[in-house]
Design a protein around this ligand. Structure first.
Ligand SMILES: [Zn+2]
Length: 129
């Protein structure tokens, strides 16, 4: 993750409501993100993720962020370093989650177009991977 642009943009003042439960979120983070599409081409863009106290609870890096907000209430110079570390860890988790979903979508697309080699995707032919 060192040679990739890791700049994360935070919306703390007016984050959108959670897309999953429509509750209030703590913030929205936007981060650069790249992945390979079904054709193996590198695609890059900006992804965003909201930290929801209800939906994101249970994931360790999200819990750490939620705990920081619960204890400190707001961000200041005193906890900014800790926050930045926790945020980086959480964004890594979110980024991987997004990539997995995109990979799934890309594979599904390829499969619909008949581009997946069936014998390599399912070597024994019983449709169980
Ligand atoms: Zn939620």
């Amino acid at each position: 993750m060192s040679n990739e642009d890791q700049e994360i943009v935070l919306n703390l003042a007016n984050p959108p409501r959670c897309a999953r439960c429509s509750g209030e979120t703590l913030f929205r983070a936007e981060f650069p993100h790249s992945w390979k599409n079904a054709a193996g081409q590198e695609v890059s863009g900006i992804r965003s993720a909201d930290l929801c106290p209800a939906c994101d609870r249970g994931e360790p890096s999200a819990d750490a962020l939620l705990a920081l907000f619960a204890v400190d209430g707001q961000l200041g110079t005193g906890n900014m370093t800790v926050f930045t570390d926790l945020l980086g860890a959480w964004v890594d988790v979110v980024r991987n989650r997004v990539v997995d979903m995109e990979r799934l979508d890309a594979e599904h697309e390829a499969w619909r177009r008949g581009e997946l080699d069936d014998t390599s995707a399912d070597p024994d032919g019983d449709a169980v991977r």
